[in-house]
Ligand binder design. Structure first.
Ligand SMILES: NC(=O)c1ccc[n+]([C@@H]2O[C@H](COP(=O)([O-])OP(=O)(O)OC[C@H]3O[C@@H](n4cnc5c(N)ncnc54)[C@H](O)[C@@H]3O)[C@@H](O)[C@H]2O)c1
Length: 268
């Protein structure tokens, strides 16, 4: 028999999660804390990050919140420092924060290109660089998990800018896995399928911000139709995968693209 608890145990390890105030990042922060990690919840939404960290503490876990704009390398460095100062090091870095962008490639303005690449590409790059430096300094290695998207697998009209940022995150992750491997640092990237969060709700809102139930139901059933098992994703589906990648259970896995997507990208 094998000790499952031990294989996935993160007790005594420090984790940073960007985008931790909402959706996939929140689920990752909560699951890593449930596995024993001490978690720094980073987000542009400081109040939301504090709510998530407080929820973890109320449930008996360890977490602190920190405001961060991942597009600013100094703020990202300060986020990593929070883990090393408060929790004595950094073992797991989850670069989750990201933003959508909608519209045809012909209409992408330079300012929109800079805004979206600034967060999705540069923000992830800064997170990788600061985390790698902290992990190297500790001499203990670590696990970096970046977030791409199912958008890397299919060309969908209107998602060009978002998709190219996530393709960049994927290539960044694989090259970094090669460069960081000798330091005992593993780097993996997840490519989530459609996952019900505030990210997906943006198309489905009435002008007053309430969700248009009819459009929402149509969207959800369209997403389910793409999956052979007829499912649409929940944030927790990504968090279980990230727990695996953060833990020693995945010690032999690096530089890979991981797809929890209900099978929606199977070539058919
Ligand atoms: N939801 C999906 O269907 C889906 C699918 C594939 C990939 N993703 C990716 O998953 C990640 C998380 O998405 P989600 O669905 O949980 O969305 P979400 O909107 O629920 O959460 C994103 C979080 O990131 C934070 N954030 C945004 N810009 C930031 C910045 N500059 N600095 C720090 N924090 C910032 C937001 O405040 C928010 O809390 C994103 O990278 C997204 O591209 C989502």
């Amino acid at each position: 028999m094998h000790d499952i608890q031990k294989a996935f145990d993160l007790s005594g390890r420090a984790a940073v999660v960007t985008g931790g105030a909402s959706g996939i990042g929140q689920a990752i922060a909560e699951v890593l804390a449930s596995a024993g990690a001490r978690v720094v919840v980073g987000d542009l939404n400081e109040e939301g990050a504090e709510t998530v960290a407080a929820g973890i503490r109320d449930s008996g876990g360890e977490a602190v919140a920190q405001s961060v704009d991942i597009a600013d390398p100094d703020q990202v460095e300060a986020l990593i420092q929070r883990a090393t100062v408060d929790f004595g090091g950094l073992h797991v870095m989850c670069n989750v924060a990201g933003i959508p962008s909608d519209g045809p490639i012909a209409e992408i303005s330079e300012s929109e290109f800079d805004r979206v690449t600034g967060v999705n590409i540069k923000g992830t790059l800064f997170g990788c660089q600061s985390a790698m430096a902290a992990m190297e300094a500790s001499g203990q290695g670590g696990s970096i998990i970046n977030v791409a998207s199912g958008a890397i697998d299919a060309a969908v009209a209107g998602y060009g800018l978002y998709a190219l940022t996530k393709a960049a995150v994927t290539q960044l992750s694989q090259t970094l896995a090669v460069e960081a491997g000798p330091l005992g640092i593993r780097v993996n990237v997840i490519a989530p399928g459609a996952t019900l969060t505030q990210f997906t709700e943006r198309h489905l809102q009435n002008p007053d911000g309430t969700v248009n139930e009819e459009r929402y139901d149509t969207f959800v059933s369209a997403m389910k139709d793409m999956s052979p098992i007829g499912e649409v994703g929940e944030a927790l589906d990504q968090a279980w995968l990230v727990l695996y990648l953060a833990s020693d259970a995945s010690r032999f896995c690096t530089g890979q693209i991981w797809r929890a997507n209900g099978g929606s990208t199977i070539p058919r």
